[in-house]
Design a binder for this molecule. Structure first.
Ligand code: EPU
Length: 418
């Protein structure tokens, strides 16, 4: 298994360019199922999760041609022979569940392995299923699979008990081809949902309100293929922003959308970092020892749970005590024991971490447990005084394109080893 060897203590300096968003690309890839013909997705990052979604579409009978050098994929899901998402792929990527809505809407049937629990929480999909059922699908659970059947989905008024990102996406895609009007209340408001809605609109869907908590979709009989460019990855952007702050560096982040990062930028400024929108990109500069800051994760536009682990690495070396309250997932603190191995002083009580800043972290061998936890450990290692080895780096490869190449270009001392 590959590991990342990092010799910390170098302030990162220079320019980095952000890749297309993973969490925008995955639902847009699934949206190709809704149309006959060849869809084109640009800005698609070469990530393990993207390849998994491509493999899933291919298994169902779609064509998926991806040129990573051009960040471009062509997807043709005109005639799917096998509308099944098998356990083998779903167990490696929960976002596979995003094919459920499009398959049921276009083919009237879907068989999708029920994702199991995951390192960060139980993550049920009851709200996805509730929505499809209310739209007239018959849902059965059989042998670990969700089987959905519907002659034609019909519009419905749906209320989410809590805003779910992939749930909102799944049902928005299903509603685009349903008969009648669907209303999604308490919908998630993430920029990735707006990006999907814009793709669907370009396909001919009638959608209003995406980006707000009430989305209205008037179903149409047919959708056409899309040619769309995914938005830049806001979580990758935030990760490099924290990298600048935690190493006391100065990074110009190109191809980013700073307006998607307001909560993170505000909190970074509170730590004392300089965060400036410039015509060339977002410039983030560390400014001595960070000040401690309290954060609470929330659905967008709140502070993203996907940046909680990275921000904690910064708070580990702050001058003062911070609290980090994780409210989205019940178990998203797997990085805490690893950060402690590097000398961090963290007390964890349920969903609340109290972080007493130490003057410096020390290098250690640490183990990544999930995607954002691995980013947190990489950031901590970059800031640490000596050498660290981050094990199980395959988690990082799920969501960060060319991470160590980008870090090397910023002056980091990092090396991937077998
Ligand atoms: N939830 C339910 N029932 C449901 C659906 C969700 O109870 O039917 C709960 C979840 O257990 C969780 C909360 O609702 O406590 C929010 O989960 P959500 O459904 O919004 O998460 P998701 O759609 O499974 C997406 C991202 C995650 C990101 C979360 C929250 C994708 C492919 N994944 O997951 O990204 O953390 O939203 O913002 O978009 C990552 O990229 O590292 C990642 C985990």
């Amino acid at each position: 298994m590959e590991k990342l060897l990092i010799r910390g203590g170098v302030p990162l300096k220079g320019t980095v360019s952000i890749s297309g968003s993973k969490n925008a690309s995955l639902p847009i890839m699934a949206a190709a199922i809704l149309a006959g013909g060849r869809s084109v997705l640009r800005g698609l990052p070469a990530l393990r999760d993207v390849l998994t979604m491509g493999a899933l579409l291919e298994q169902m009978g779609a064509r998926f041609n991806f040129s990573p050098d051009d960040s471009l994929a062509e997807i043709d899901a005109s005639e799917l022979k096998n509308p099944v998402a098998a356990y083998e792929l779903v167990k490696t990527m929960r976002a596979s569940v995003l094919v459920l809505g499009p398959l049921t809407a276009r083919y009237g049937r879907a068989k999708v392995s029920l994702p199991g629990g995951c390192a960060i929480g139980a993550r049920p999909i009851n709200l996805h299923l509730m929505g499809l059922e209310k739209m007239g699908a018959k849902i059965e659970l059989e042998g670990g699979y969700v089987i959905a059947k519907a002659r034609r989905l019909k519009g419905a008024s749906l209320y989410f008990d809590l805003p779910t990102v992939t749930g909102t996406e799944n049902l928005m895609m299903a509603a685009a081809l349903a008969k009648g009007v669907t209303v999604l209340e308490n919908a998630a408001r993430e920029p990735e949902i707006v990006d999907l809605a814009e793709t669907l609109q370009a396909m001919g869907a009638k959608i209003e309100g995406a980006g707000g908590s009430l989305i209205e979709i008037e179903g149409v009989d047919e959708l056409k293929p899309f040619d769309h460019e995914a938005i830049p990855d806001r979580i990758e952007t935030a990760t490099f922003a924290v990298a600048a702050a935690v190493t006391g560096g100065d990074i110009l982040i190109k191809n980013s959308r700073p307006e998607h990062l307001d909560a993170v930028s505000i909190k970074l400024r509170e730590t004392g970092a300089e965060v400036k929108k410039t015509p060339a990109g977002l410039r983030v500069k560390g400014n001595g020892r960070p000040r401690s800051v309290n954060i609470t994760t929330m659905p967008y536009p709140g502070f993203p749970t996907d940046v909680q682990a990275q921000f904690m690495a910064l708070m580990c070396i702050a001058g003062g005590t911070s609290t980090i309250n994780e409210t989205v997932f019940e178990n998203r603190f797997m990085h805490v024991p690893e950060l402690k191995r590097m000398g961090a002083d963290i007390d964890l009580q349920g969903g609340l971490a109290t972080v007493k800043g130490v003057p410096a972290l020390k290098g250690a061998e640490v183990m990544a447990t999930d995607l954002r936890a691995s980013a947190s450990l990489v950031l901590a290692a970059l800031a640490a005084e000596s050498e660290s080895v981050v094990h199980r780096i395959y988690h990082l490869d799920r969501g960060y394109e060319q991470m160590e190449k980008k870090l090397l270009a910023l002056g980091a001392r990092a090396e991937r080893i077998k």
